[in-house]
Ligand binder design. Structure first.
Ligand SMILES: *Cc1c(COP(=O)(O)O)cnc(C)c1O
Length: 392
């Protein structure tokens, strides 16, 4: 397997080699992470609402462990379908105002499962160029034609819809908030196009579920488009602070997925204690509006501070704030220098993002204080200048 060594070395030279670092939580300080024995301000977590360490959720999970045991023992279609699952799905349908809901093991499996259950050979999936990798993999799994449109470019999407208008099934898929750029999809225009061309529209709310709209219902709801979007996907791994994913839609869709989504059918049900914890997180996420408010305040403050420091961060309302530096090694050096100053902010490089657009991707949580964010912005500015001015 020498070729592996050779390729890994080449990747290292190109500053795109990845490795895992040990990180552990800091008790009582949800906005921090310990790396290399030091607590760092964690600006690289998706725990947007600061729920991942919440004692009330931990208590529910402990209780469920005692009554339900550790593992579910089988796929949900065999004997793994505990009552906690059904209760969660009912609560999810109510929250999303949909006829039905289905829990998946994670967002990756929800996206691959839904896309491959809906599209097949001879069909076409229209997908934004910057959609999450799980959507790309779902299209590959489906064997449908992959019609990739330029990022948020509705004129390009229209051209492709027109080109493939005679295909049997047409599915349009988009992230609601793009995970590495933090900008939003033009959902209103996507709805108009899907209606005009008779396509199905699927929206991945991984970074917007829990964050936008009344009770955190997501971006589709915030824009009043919930009934126009056919398939809502979201994860419990981000704003919920846990693990798992959901799909919401009409009863027919959920029955179809129960019969056709292979990642659901051929995989063991999530541990019941986790499912119970998700239900608790869903309650809290709906009732504790202050977490969302705090997150949106943090986002405004952090973007304004970086903007004042000379960085071209866009005006998006999402808690994902990238600073694009271009070259891979520059991004790696930027990240290392920030770590020295007590900030965990990971360098994102190809193939996660397009070649030449390596970046530091900051993500905020409701747990960060104003002072922490202002201090962080000053520190980012100083490091940026020291590295040969990364400001634009
Ligand atoms: C994180 C993410 C996923 C994957 O979700 P997991 O639950 O972590 O597997 C899917 N789509 C988008 C847009 C994401 O950001």
């Amino acid at each position: 397997m020498n070729w592996m060594e050779d390729e890994l070395e080449a990747m290292d030279r190109a500053s795109i080699l990845r490795s895992m670092r040990a990180s552990s939580p800091v008790p009582e300080r949800p906005g921090y992470t310990i790396r290399g024995n030091r607590p760092l301000l964690n600006l690289s977590s998706n725990d947007y609402l600061g729920l991942s360490q919440h004692p009330a959720i931990i208590a529910v999970m402990q209780e469920a462990l005692l009554t339900e045991g550790c593992g579910s023992g089988a796929s949900r279609l065999v004997t793994g379908n505990r009552a906690v699952y059904e209760r969660l799905e009912e609560a999810l349908s109510e929250w999303q105002n949909s006829e039905a809901a289905l829990v998946f093991a994670n967002g990756y499996m929800a996206n691959t499962g839904v896309i491959s259950a809906i599209a097949g050979r001879g069909d076409v999936v229209f997908s934004d160029q910057l959609n999450h990798a799980s959507i790309v993999d779902g299209i590959q799994m489906s064997r449908a034609e992959h019609a990739r449109y330029r990022h948020n470019d509705m004129a390009h999407l229209r051209k492709l819809l027109s080109k493939f208008r005679d295909r049997r099934r047409k599915l349009i898929v988009t992230d609601a908030v793009f995970s590495m750029d933090g900008d939003l999809a033009p959902l209103q225009e996507l709805v108009l196009l899907k209606e005009e061309y008779g396509a199905i529209l699927m929206v991945d709310e991984a970074h917007s579920g829990g964050i936008y709209g009344e009770k955190g219902k997501g971006l589709c709801h915030a824009l009043g488009l919930q009934d126009e979007v056919d398939i809502h996907v979201g994860t419990f791994s981000k704003a919920f602070g846990l693990y798992g994913a959901y799909v919401c839609g009409n009863r027919t869709l959920i029955r179809w997925l129960t019969n056709k989504a292979r990642p659901l059918i051929y995989s063991t049900a999530l541990p019941p204690s986790l499912v119970a914890g998700i239900s608790k997180a869903l309650d809290m996420l709906q009732s504790e509006n202050w977490r969302r408010e705090q997150l949106h305040e943090a986002n405004k403050l952090f973007r304004a501070s970086l903007h004042a420091a000379g960085f071209a961060v866009g005006g998006s309302s999402s808690p994902i704030v990238p600073i694009i530096v271009g070259e891979n090694d520059k991004a790696v050096r930027f990240s290392a220098a920030l770590e020295e100053k007590g900030i965990a902010a990971v360098a994102i490089r190809p193939p996660t993002v397009l070649e030449g657009t390596a970046r530091i991707r900051f993500s905020l949580t409701a747990a960060h204080t104003k002072k922490e964010l202002i201090d962080a912005a000053v520190c980012i500015r100083n490091v940026g200048i020291r590295l040969g001015d990364l400001r634009q």
